[in-house]
Design a protein around this ligand. Structure first.
Ligand code: FE2
Ligand code: FE2
Length: 398
């Protein structure tokens, strides 16, 4: 008879401590498999509880390479208040030849008497109480004896604790701290990609992508995703904030497909020079920063500034601003232009050499067109080398 361990919980998010306990139960030989049983959404969902589908997906990702663990959707697919007694009845119905053991901690054992229809529950499953060393004291032994007398099959298992809690993880995320040592890699990626637990700046990425897809033509949309990815890679390479770089990359051209009139309207209240007001190529950066703030909910000035300066650059650019400027030029969907491959190579090696080269390329490009460089671009270039003074204010094509 297959002996299945059940691990219930909100898994908000699932973490290495959960996996550790599941392994301890398996290694004890008391169970052959462990089913993770994420709870559904309660009727009154607390703000810190991620959506049930996100929590389910995280458990799936965490268990991907665990042969003897599986996720069970039994409580996910039901609405309203869900009681363990009902879940157990359903599981028993589905898995007739199996024996179920609920894996609980010492804390849960102390509150077991509050479970709905607990006298029925103890006929439906056994219990394995996972205790920390030292936790198995006389009180605990008495409590277990009492349950045994009441008809429960209950055993204790001492397992070394792993001090990780979901609360601690959510707190770290909200504070912008790393969680990579606390959750499986794929779970950390999922949390980041979906901006769970207050990790979001404004709306979630998936919603942004959806909006961008509607706001941009297909080519610009592909370019946008290319810049997002390239910006993230470059930030990683140069030790800058990857999430900020990716967000700025994703939104840098959010205003690109508007009309000039719409851009000027979106940038109401911003300081605009006369040349800029006449140039979509320049205006979309200023308008883009405003739209990122007002429509996409971005409040991070560092990200907004990357968007604001991505067409012209400026003197004293931050490293993230440089990354967005460059990622915009070298992303994989860019039509090839002379010097692109050399620039890409520089972008992997030296941020300032790459920036200097990119500015020179812009300089040469506008010169070939018989135009002059925008003063902000000129100022950016002057950070690297002396350049002749230019009086006119041209539209910079970029
Ligand atoms: Fe742009
Ligand atoms: Fe762009």
């Amino acid at each position: 008879m297959l002996h299945i361990g059940l691990m219930g919980g909100s898994f908000n998010p699932v973490h290495l401590g959960h996996l550790h306990l599941a392994h301890a139960a398996l290694e004890s030989g008391r169970v052959d498999q462990v089913f993770f049983l994420p709870t559904g959404n309660p009727p009154h969902k607390s703000k810190s509880l991620a959506n049930k589908y996100d929590r389910l997906r995280m458990v799936e990702l965490a268990l991907k390479s665990e042969e003897r663990m599986a996720v069970c959707r039994e409580e996910i697919d039901r609405e309203g208040v869900i009681y363990t007694v009902d879940t157990l009845k359903r599981l028993r119905e589905k898995w007739k030849d199996c024996r179920f053991t609920y894996l609980i901690g010492a804390d849960t054992l102390r509150t077991l008497h509050t479970w709905r229809c607990v006298d029925e529950v103890i006929t439906l499953c056994d219990f394995l109480v996972l205790m920390r060393p030292g936790e198995q004291d006389d009180d605990m032994a008495q409590l277990m004896d009492a349950w045994t007398a009441r008809g429960a099959h209950i055993e204790a298992l001492t397992a070394e604790p792993v001090d990780i809690s979901s609360t601690q993880i959510r707190k770290r995320i909200a504070e912008g701290q790393a969680i990579d040592s606390l959750v499986p890699r794929a779970v950390a990626d999922y949390i980041r990609e979906n901006a769970l637990y207050g990790n979001e700046v404004g709306m979630k990425r998936e919603k942004m992508v959806y909006k961008l897809k509607k706001a941009l033509d297909a080519q610009r949309f592909a370019h946008t995703l290319g810049v997002e990815e390239t910006a993230r890679e470059m930030a990683k390479c140069f030790g800058e904030d990857e999430d900020r770089a990716a967000l700025a990359g994703l939104l840098h051209d959010c205003a690109k497909c508007l009309t000039l009139g719409e851009m000027v309207k979106a940038a109401k209240g911003e300081k605009l020079d006369p040349v800029m007001k006449e140039s979509k190529a320049l205006m979309h950066a200023v308008a883009g920063a405003c739209i990122a703030r007002n429509v996409y909910g971005v409040e991070d000035e560092i990200v907004l500034s990357c968007i604001r300066w991505h067409t012209t650059g400026r003197s004293g650019m931050t490293r993230l601003e440089k990354i967005i400027y460059l990622a915009d030029m070298i992303e994989p969907n860019r039509k090839p232009f002379e010097g692109l491959e050399e620039l890409r190579a520089l972008c992997r090696e030296d941020l300032d050499k790459a920036m200097h080269r990119a500015l020179l390329m812009s300089f040469e490009h506008v010169q070939r067109q018989g135009k002059t460089l925008h003063p902000d671009t000129l100022a950016a270039l002057q950070d690297y080398q002396p350049v002749p003074e230019v009086q006119d204010m041209p539209a910079l094509e970029k």
